[in-house]
Design a protein around this ligand. Structure first.
Ligand code: IPD
Length: 278
């Protein structure tokens, strides 16, 4: 219990809501989707993103009218990102990997984290097209479709499969850093993968399928659930420069082990996206 809040009940509610919302996403993923551009020509939103965010927020409000939200689409539609307080706060990405979703590429997901006193208590990442559900509760381990998972244990960058993303902005200084990092990393690792969903990248680290993931330009809703799921799977989540992870900094590095995380951090050209999420 956090402040008398029944986290088991919260978990059940959000698990059911993601199943319901997942049906909508999977159905709409059968065809390419119309979209509208947000901050730029590769930052997209579809009607499904908006419908899923509403479905989840309305569903939570029915049980917890006082709970707060930081939702991707609400934040993008003018009001900015709500301030993170100690109140129970649901951090929601209704469709992470919207570009994939627009193209009917079946690799996107719902990503939801619940923070209480600014500590993440619940994380769910669910790809309904491939029926991949990653879940965690703080202190209770991480699970893939109900089975306990662990990171790979990989410590060496030279043997690591690393994921990252181009991101959703073509801002010149950012693209320079992204391309420089891809060029450097590709020469030093086993393999580099760009799959189109920040949350699923982190889920792959938790699963032990990828060894590390980094990105500079993500938002709180892309990484809130993934942070908990990776840590509950025995991995680490830090800032890409090697310090503490700051969910509002728009920067993340997740890895199977602390050794791998620090080795990767040393190689990366750093980029600090502005504005931050707070
Ligand atoms: C984006 C995707 C993309 C990543 C961006 C995210 P969205 O989320 O995860 O792969 O590079 O940083 O913002 O816009 O599809 O929800």
């Amino acid at each position: 219990m956090a402040e008398g809040l029944d986290l088991g009940k919260c978990f059940e509610i959000i698990n059911n809501l993601t199943t319901e919302a997942g049906r909508l996403i999977a159905r709409n993923n059968e065809t390419r989707q119309d979209f509208v551009c947000k901050s730029g020509d590769i930052d997209l939103v579809t009607q499904t993103d908006q419908d899923v965010e509403k479905l989840i927020m309305d569903g939570i409000r029915q049980h917890y009218p006082d709970h707060k939200f930081i939702g991707e689409e609400e934040s993008s539609s003018g009001g900015g990102v709500n301030k993170l307080t100690d109140a129970p706060t649901w951090i929601i990405d209704p469709v992470d990997g919207t570009m994939n979703f627009v193209h009917a590429f079946p690799h996107s997901c719902i990503s939801v984290g619940l923070k209480v006193n600014k500590v993440t208590e619940i994380g769910i990442i669910y790809n309904p097209m491939l029926e991949q559900r990653f879940t965690a509760r703080r202190g209770q381990g991480a699970y893939y479709n109900g089975k306990r998972i662990q990171t790979s244990g990989q410590k060496e960058l030279g043997k690591a499969l690393v994921t990252s993303e181009f991101g959703t902005s073509r801002d010149e200084p950012k693209m320079l850093a992204v391309n420089e990092n891809f060029a450097k990393i590709a020469k030093q690792v086993h393999g580099l993968r760009v799959l189109g969903s920040a949350a699923l990248n982190m889920a792959m680290v938790a699963l032990g399928a990828a060894d590390a993931n980094y990105e500079m330009g993500i938002h709180a809703w892309d990484v809130c659930a993934g942070d908990l799921i990776v840590r509950e799977a025995g991995g680490v989540v830090i800032d890409p420069a090697g310090g503490e992870f700051d969910i509002m900094s728009r920067r993340v590095l997740a890895a199977a082990t602390p050794e791998l995380a620090q080795e990767l951090a040393k190689v990366l050209t750093q980029f600090y996206p502005q504005p931050r999420d707070d």
